[in-house]
Write a protein that binds this ligand. Sequence first.
Ligand SMILES: Cc1ncc(COP(=O)(O)O)c(C=O)c1O
Length: 344
Amino acid sequence: MTLHTRPWLDSVAPYVPGRRAPSPDGSMASNESPVPTSQRVVEAIASAAASATRYPDPLADALRAELADQHRVHPDQILVGNGSDELIFLLAIAYLAHGGRAICADPAYQVDQISARIVNADVSGVPLRDWAHDLEAMAQLPATIAYVVNPHNPTGTVRSRADLQRFVRAARADLVVIDEAYIDFTDDPAARTALPLARAGQAVVLRTFSKIDGLAGLRVGYLVGDRDIVATLRKIRAPFSVGSVAQAAALAAARDHAHRARVRSHAIAHRADLTCLLRRAGYQVIPSQANFVCVITPDEAGLLDRLAAHGIVARPGSALGLPGSVRISVPSSRGLALLAAALG
Ligand SMILES: Cc1ncc(COP(=O)(O)O)c(C=O)c1O
């Protein structure tokens, strides 16, 4: 018997994660939280671990109820997933498989493109304008799904809520997906959540517990949108994709507003310091609203080597579709000191 892979999979390149650094302080490749896990989350994890013999709640009802309350939507408008990545894959399976068309910014968040290619969809990238989504150009293109990552990864730029509202009205796409993985780190008053669009069923919003809540290792994200979309995705998801410990941790994190505020202040203050350090060292840095900054440099490898000599691992822009750049996550205070030494 000869087993043939589906032919379109031959051209799919797998996702390449950021490399691990020798120490957590030097870890600046994956936009993880440099702030220690909230004590309330640690306690919730310990207590949930005692019930590890049981299957988890398939739909994470307690977490959904909390999120529905916070976002003022019905729980049926929320789907919890194994990281927002799982939800991106479900959207691709449900709406893009066999002949769908995806449009993204170029560069896009890699998983948006990979998930679309895996289901044999056509993917178009629209070049950034001033390092931000060119929503006006994206709106012209017919598509099944248009992806907007706001703040954008890997540049950290944002488009305003008014721009997104205009885009949703003008877009020729059947569905607009707005990924807000980094929305909690914004301090530009124009950068506001698109949740009102999701509430009204005009867009789908993706959120994650991996960034502001620092739970990247536990894999929890969620989608807010139209009930029919949620119902469709529920049909195709794996029934127990989010474990009980992860659900308990996410619920505790969602309620720990003080911890979120601490992580946000840390990110905003250290982002300014990081930008300043890099600019003083002569690098061009794109102003960022996320928990990372993107450095434009003709010598990507040179900057990565300079950082690596001080135990810092950052992400090469060439791995993110933006050659000639390096993405550096906002670090801990000790990480910032490592950076100062590397650049000094
Ligand atoms: C824009 C964007 N969306 C989604 C994710 C993935 O989130 P999760 O860890 O919830 O799968 C990331 C992770 O880096 C991201 O940058």
